[in-house]
Design a protein around this ligand. Structure first.
Ligand SMILES: *Cc1c(COP(=O)(O)O)cnc(C)c1O
Length: 344
């Protein structure tokens, strides 16, 4: 990418992205409900309103391009997509929709460092498909380096863009709207500064940046270990009747951030998670949908999200991180198998 800015965290990155792209009071931005709450909160920080789009299916938990298109109206300003679990959205169709309606696209790539997907190459006449990295396709890409992400610095984030105009805005908004920074002044480029926008302190610090540079070197090998574990899980769990596994048939490159499974019924989730915990295995929920939170309830009709409503209570994620050992993976698989036998 032409520009990349390290920031304090991905929530700050998303906030700055929507600000730089001009979202504000009266605007609507379409985003998933099946995401971490920060995706929606960041839209609201600007005064704009998040409008939730439904997932595609039990096999594809990303926003359905059709439903994104269906939720566009005269106040829609942009779209924020999430590459759920590190599996790329259908960016070709989403970019087409955005272009047609003159909407901006922010990629919440918190799960997706290293992930990529096929896109028509606009620069060639034949329009061949090229592999493009997640976070490099929309107007701005936002990454998280929180402790549980594929690159971890504790707290941290990054924004990427190819637009010089957006880069200038991001640079200002990230650091108090100041025209020159301590570093420039120390280097003798200027003695004072002006403030030309209502900016924030969304910088990352040097110590986390140093950690990030080391972490970045491990991204590729860590992602391939995540892929390996995912393939073992898939192979060994796919015949279990009590569960199904989303994203089985993707042809994009995943970063394998998490490994979600779907239980057949929603009332199986609590007993399943308790069973696994008793066996010493932590499972998680990615995510309680944003539209179900008390703070968000009044702003969305669940009827507009039938597939999210149906699928979300059945989602559980199994352990997935690069340092999981073969024995640990085998143990998790054995316990899922044991649970499925015991529950019959
Ligand atoms: C983690 C996460 C964020 C927020 O990232 P922070 O760096 O913790 O602010 C935003 N969106 C999604 C989908 C995430 O998983």
């Amino acid at each position: 990418m032409k520009h990349a800015f390290a920031v304090a965290n991905c929530t700050a990155a998303l906030h700055l992205a929507h600000l730089a792209l001009g979202a504000g009071p009266g605007d609507k931005v379409i985003c998933p409900s099946l995401t971490f709450v920060a995706t929606a909160n960041a839209i609201r920080y600007t005064g704009a309103t998040p409008v939730f789009a439904d997932i595609t299916s039990v096999d594809d938990l990303n926003n359905a391009p059709d439903d994104i298109a269906a939720k566009i109206d005269a106040s829609t300003k942009g779209i924020c997509v999430l590459h759920y679990g590190g599996y790329a959205c259908d960016m070709e169709r989403i970019m087409d929709i955005a272009q047609k309606h003159k909407l901006y696209v922010v990629e919440d790539a918190a799960h997706a460092p290293g992930a990529a997907t096929w896109l028509r190459d606009q620069t060639t006449v034949r329009g061949e498909r090229v592999l493009r990295k997640c976070g490099s396709i929309g107007d701005i890409g936002c990454f998280s380096f929180f402790s549980n992400k594929n690159i971890a610095t504790g707290e941290g984030g990054m924004m990427t863009t190819n637009s010089d105009v957006l880069a200038e805005k991001i640079k200002l908004l990230r650091a108090h709207g100041m025209t020159s920074l301590t570093w420039d002044r120390e280097q003798g480029h200027s003695f004072s500064y002006d403030v030309v926008a209502l900016g924030y302190n969304y910088r990352i610090d040097e110590i986390r940046s140093a950690i990030g540079r080391v972490q970045l070197k491990k991204l590729e090998s860590n992602n391939s270990r995540r892929a390996e574990i995912t393939h073992i899980y898939r192979e060994r769990l796919q015949d279990i009747k009590a569960i199904s596994i989303p994203f089985m048939h993707v042809n994009s490159v995943s970063s394998h951030h998490i490994f979600p499974i779907l239980l057949k019924t929603s009332n199986a989730r609590q007993p399943f998670m308790s069973f696994m915990r008793d066996k010493g295995i932590q499972t998680s929920i990615h995510y309680p949908p944003v539209h179900t939170f008390s703070h968000y309830k009044s702003s969305c009709e669940p009827e507009s999200l039938p597939r999210t409503v149906e699928v979300a209570p059945r989602i559980v994620t199994l352990p997935l991180y690069p340092t999981l050992t073969q024995e640990q993976v085998e143990y998790v698989i054995a316990m899922v198998q044991q649970w499925s036998i015991e529950m019959q």
